[in-house]
Design a binder for this molecule. Structure first.
Ligand code: SF4
Length: 404
């Protein structure tokens, strides 16, 4: 079955999309299907319900996901307030001490949330910090799959997420059921799952990867063994090009935020800011399209740097450039500005804002600490299999995109 590559598929990649399709593969989600994160059903504490299955091998677009979540956000009493109560940050710190809680904030969280957290970083770095910490409670200010990853690596800890509806369009691009069907169509293939996946999907994978180590992970798989790479089509395309392997099948997932950092936009902004360096952050799926583009010679090589979070912060302190364009979700700018206030930091696309990430408000964080919600639970058997995939990654490649 031939499936048209969605808009934004890197040129020349169309033939890579050799996804084996079942008979129902042509059944795209019905119009209006959010394709995004489905909140836990009422009465199901902390449980994660992935996007509806039933579209084996098919791409599940998620254009309506963010909008839907924003609508939900407006209705939710715990998070609808945009005015934090006075002294909220002090109260968060007091409650954290009282509950022996460690607050972890992803780089893309709002500045106020980053500032009140114990640690700020990428999802895997934070999950590993959770596992290494002795805190009884982990509050993960991020999106759901990240909190799940923390739970996978720290199963004996109580893991809370301030708003359990904070999903991820990339993680929701594939379900565990879809992975099983894909595997059945490619017996013996190795499954490589980007960390932006649910616990159920990780449990179906042989090994996880980050954007920084994806090439190493794939290169470590013996030639001749087919590879199923999921869910990010841009990272998959990049890995395929760098490794030169033609036995990699790539799932057609994408992050709706990185779609806002288009190749045209990147090229236009780089030309507009002739003196600026260009920092491209490959983590979180937000700029994997840019990562792919950087390797094509389409951007000024002498000014373009693909950097992890740690690498970006180190480069921020050292750069002599008057301005730096940053291709990632805009949350990262907060840390960069703090690292080097003398530089003009400019987002490639100021609208590259992940609404899921911004669902963690001061009110939601306070509620999380006060009420001990929302608890993230992962079935122990699923967690054990998912942990194996993460640990295999750590044993093979560099552990994370971040310079932890
Ligand atoms: S910005 Fe990150 S968390 Fe948000 S949808 Fe994209 S990949 Fe998911």
């Amino acid at each position: 079955m031939t499936v048209a590559a969605p808009a934004g598929v890197p040129p020349g990649l169309e033939h890579v999309m050799s996804i084996s399709m079942g008979s129902s593969a042509a059944e795209l989600p019905p119009a209006g299907h959010p394709g995004g994160h489905t909140p836990p059903p009422a009465g199901h504490p902390g449980g994660h319900t992935p996007s509806p299955a039933g579209h084996p091998g098919g791409h599940t677009p998620s254009p309506a996901g963010p909008a839907r979540n924003i609508a939900v956000l407006a209705e939710h009493p715990a998070t609808a307030s945009t005015e934090p109560e006075p002294g909220w940050a002090d109260e968060v710190r007091r409650l954290a001490r009282e509950r022996d809680a460690l607050i972890l904030a992803h780089n893309d969280q709002a500045p106020a949330i980053q500032d009140v957290a114990d640690h700020v970083g990428d999802s895997l770095a934070l999950s590993r910090l959770a596992a290494a910490s002795s805190a009884r409670v982990i509050v993960f200010a991020g999106v759901y799959f990240m909190a799940e990853t923390a739970k996978i690596l720290a199963p004996d800890r109580t893991v809370l997420i301030p708003d359990a509806r904070a999903g991820c369009s990339l993680a929701d691009a594939i379900t565990a059921e879809q992975v099983r069907e894909w595997k059945a169509a490619h017996p013996g293939a190795a499954v490589v799952a980007y960390v932006n996946t649910s616990a159920g999907v990780k449990a179906e994978a042989d090994v996880c990867c980050t954007s920084a180590n994806a090439v190493d992970i794939v290169a470590a798989i013996p030639a001749g063994r087919e590879i199923l790479f999921l869910p990010d089509q841009f990272l998959g395309a990049y890995v395929r090009r760098v490794t030169g392997r033609d036995d990699i099948h790539v799932w057609l997932g994408e992050c709706h935020v990185h779609a806002g950092i288009s190749p045209q936009e990147l090229r236009r902004r780089a030309a507009e800011w002739a003196d600026a360096e260009l920092f491209i952050h490959p983590e979180c799926g937000c700029s994997t399209a840019a990562l792919w583009q950087a390797g094509t010679g389409d951007l000024p090589a002498e000014r373009t740097r693909v950097l992890s979070t740690g690498g970006m912060l180190a480069a921020a302190r050292q750069t002599k450039a008057p301005a730096v364009l940053v291709a990632t979700e805009t949350g990262m700018l907060h840390q960069l500005r703090r690292a080097n206030p003398a530089v003009h930091w400019e987002a490639v696309n100021p609208r590259a804002v992940c609404p899921y990430m911004k669902m963690t408000t001061p009110a939601a964080l306070l509620r999380s600490l006060r009420e001990g919600v929302e608890e993230v639970r992962v079935d122990p058997a699923t967690a054990a299999r998912a942990r194996q995939a993460v640990e295999t990654m750590i044993s093979v490649g560099r552990p994370s995109a971040v310079g932890e």
